[in-house]
Design a protein around this ligand. Structure first.
Ligand code: PLP
Length: 386
């Protein structure tokens, strides 16, 4: 399986990074739960926190194949992957430029930890490339982006960012969670470190907490050195579960992406919806940019309910689609940022970020689009009546 890049995507999902069952010839990878391995060879000291148990090593090959990189690492959560990657490359006195709109947990990590380590950081004003350049300093070591971003599905120009960084010898990192490796492979555009919350699309069934990093051998080695100190490895049982989930990654995400396009077009034509944010719509301001760097537009979107339709009442009236803080499972879910994730901000701050009271973030699952449409129709009717 050395030439994994040449295999088709479903073949990669199913077969790359399997643990061969030489003993019994079982159809799936045996699960190695041992935390102790005899050291018959001084070079290989297998231990879960060294990220080198048989199941971990095998799954890392699948992650690397999916993201078109030389190597990969898997972690106990998306935040374990993000924090380990950042701390591996940054030291006291270094500076990092971070895109303004990023996952809340990442924002919180930077805001609460970096000062303790003496790491400087600047946030951009927007996701436009022009806003990154003036923030770069002599000591800038890392440039960190997330695209599509949450919750308004902004698109950052991956190729321009990596060109800018390469010219100045800066490491680039991307949170690729929203797109998944099926819809976007940032390493193809020169990004150094590709990070996923595998709790989302990679896991896909809302029952796994995990993180993943894909990068060159050299960069993975560096992240590994910090990783064994921070100890954010994934338990081998969950590694096995994640391998199983990834076998259907392409089937799930393709279907979710197809559904999302149908839902976005339906919502855009619904008089009770004021606005839809989805990179697959021609009305999205960065539709062309998204087209140039994404293989599919993903299954995350946001929409604004017409004024007078209450976001909480609407979500409570949904019968199939579940309100949920998390995302990217097989099942469709919604969350209203103004009342939940962004509730602590003042209304003015929320509006300055484009988050209106009627905004609904929609994670589209694999259910038939016609059933999702019927559910939204009945929920709008019920909310208007109440
Ligand atoms: C959920 C999420 C994370 C954090 O992942 P955890 O697995 O919850 O630690 C990071 N980035 C994005 C975009 C996410 O959606």
């Amino acid at each position: 399986m050395k030439e994994s890049k040449k295999l088709g995507i479903n073949t990669t999902c199913v077969h790359v990074g399997e643990v061969k069952d030489e003993q019994f010839k079982g159809a799936v990878s045996p699960m190695y739960m041992a935390t102790s391995y005899a050291f018959d060879n001084v070079d290989v000291k297998r231990y879960p926190r060294y990220f080198n148990t048989p199941n971990q090593e095998a799954l890392c090959r699948k992650i690397a194949a999916l993201e078109h990189t030389e190597d990969g690492l898997i972690f106990s959560s998306g935040m374990a992957a993000i924090s380990t990657a950042m701390l591996a490359f940054l030291k006291k006195g270094d500076h990092v430029v971070i895109q303004q709109v990023i996952y809340g947990g990442t924002y919180n990590f930077v805001a609460t930890e970096f000062e303790k380590y003496g790491i400087e950081y600047s946030y951009t004003e927007s996701d436009k490339i022009e806003d990154f350049l003036p923030l770069l300093k002599e000591n800038t070591k890392v440039l960190y982006i997330e695209t599509p971003s949450n919750p308004l599905l902004g698109i950052t120009d991956i190729k321009a960012i990596s060109a800018l960084a390469k010219e100045k010898g800066i490491i680039t990192m991307i949170d690729n969670t929203f797109a998944s490796p099926i819809n976007q492979n940032p390493a193809d555009f020169g990004i150094d470190v590709v990070i996923h919350s595998a709790t989302k699309y990679m896991g896909g069934h809302s029952d796994i907490s995990a993180g993943a990093i894909a990068a060159s051998k050299e960069h993975i080695e560096l992240i590994w050195k910090t990783g064994i100190n921070l100890g954010g490895n994934l338990s081998d049982f969950t590694v096995w579960m994640l391998e199983r989930s990834l076998k259907t990654l392409n089937l799930r995400v393709k279907e979710q992406t197809r559904n999302a396009q149908i839902m976005a077009e339906y919502l855009e034509n619904n008089p009770n919806i004021d606005r839809v944010y989805y990179p697959g719509l021609k009305s999205h301001p960065q539709h062309e940019l998204a087209k140039s760097q994404m293989k599919g537009f993903g299954a995350m979107m946001s929409f604004e309910l017409r004024e007078g339709i209450d976001a909480m009442k609407f979500q409570n009236a949904l019968e199939l689609i579940k309100p949920s803080m998390s995302l990217a499972g097989l099942e469709s879910t919604t969350v209203s940022p103004a009342q939940t994730t962004h509730a602590l901000l003042s209304e003015e701050e929320r509006l300055s970020r484009g988050i209106r009271d009627g905004l609904i973030r929609f994670s589209v699952g694999i259910e038939e689009a016609e059933d999702l449409i019927a559910d939204i129709e009945q929920a709008i009717r019920a909310t208007i009546r109440s």
